[in-house]
Ligand binder design. Structure first.
Ligand code: NAG
Length: 285
């Protein structure tokens, strides 16, 4: 009895520790929301799940310490739904970031991003006019594009240096025109129209050297945001899967220990030194 209570207490304490990486992931996502991702609603489920695990494991811990059956039931009951929510969230995160990646470009070290490579709920959401207005002004305010500038002894880096850089998806999609448009490089965010535009991509006419405009209205920028979200969500999902597996194991052990507790408790009134498995009915507390 005492031993399995200790075990449940310990498991709950470890579960409490597990909520920290989940919360950390949520907070990391929201800190990224201020610079590259610019989508603030997506990290909330994670923060809520993290806080819920924290609260419920504390309840379970208290339940084990004070041998409070109600708190233990509360823990087992609510934790079941939290695990279900976490699994749902992991599936959701993979489903919405399922398709799409950048396209390699010849003689460039960075990728170009195309909105038609993406699909699904998140794409519709990001590409919708009302939402894109908010996201694009967030990207503008984050100054990712001006931070991209590099100088070599006072002059902007050369075209070749720029072409050999690795750019993140937002920098590539939003801060420069798509490579296929044939603009010539002046600095990272200033490009002159080259010899005749290749006019199939509507982004080519969207590009502006106005440093407040750039390619913020381009489809490539929307694709860049989606690619960036995909990257950060995949990272968070890895943490979530690891935490989820450990949570399930702890849950099963805690449940077994709790059952064991109750069996011993229920057997005790009969004053038997040994547990009798053949006892026909249990007394419910
Ligand atoms: C590129 O040049 C333009 C015009 O001279 C300037 O306004 C802008 O700040 C420069 N961009 C970077 C990233 O240095």
């Amino acid at each position: 009895m005492r031993n399995s209570n200790h075990l449940i207490g310990l498991l709950n304490f470890l579960t409490f520790l597990l909520s920290i990486p989940i919360l950390g992931g949520g907070i990391w996502l929201s800190s990224r929301a201020n610079n590259t991702d610019c989508l603030k609603f997506l990290q909330w489920p994670l923060i809520i799940i993290g806080v819920a695990i924290m609260v419920v494991s504390l309840a379970g811990f208290a339940g084990a310490c004070y041998r409070n059956t109600f708190l233990m039931w509360f823990y087992l009951f609510v934790m079941f739904f939290i695990i279900a929510a976490l699994i749902g969230f992991i599936i959701f995160a993979y489903a919405v970031t399922d398709k799409g990646s950048g396209r390699p470009v010849t003689n460039r070290n960075y990728l170009d991003y195309y909105l038609q490579d993406y699909s699904g709920w998140l794409k519709k959401r990001v590409a919708s006019d009302s939402y894109w207005g908010k996201i694009s002004s967030c990207i503008r305010d984050s100054k990712v594009c001006s931070k991209m500038g590099r100088t070599v002894s006072g002059v902007p880096e050369t075209a070749d240096m720029f072409y050999s850089r690795k750019l993140n998806p937002v920098e590539s999609g939003c801060c420069k025109p798509p490579t296929e448009c044939g603009y010539t490089y002046v600095n990272e965010t200033f490009w002159n129209p080259g010899g005749g535009l290749v006019g199939t991509n509507s982004d080519c006419t969207q590009w502006s050297n106005d440093q407040q405009q750039l390619c913020y209205q381009c489809n490539s920028c929307k694709a860049g945001v989606l690619a960036s979200l995909k990257k950060s969500w995949r990272k968070v999902s890895v943490i979530n899967i690891v935490v989820m597996v450990i949570l399930v194991i702890f849950y099963v052990i805690a449940y077994a220990a709790f059952r064991n507790n109750r069996r011993i408790d229920n057997d005790e009134p009969y004053g038997e030194a040994r547990m009798t498995k053949s006892q026909p009915s249990r007394i419910q507390l």
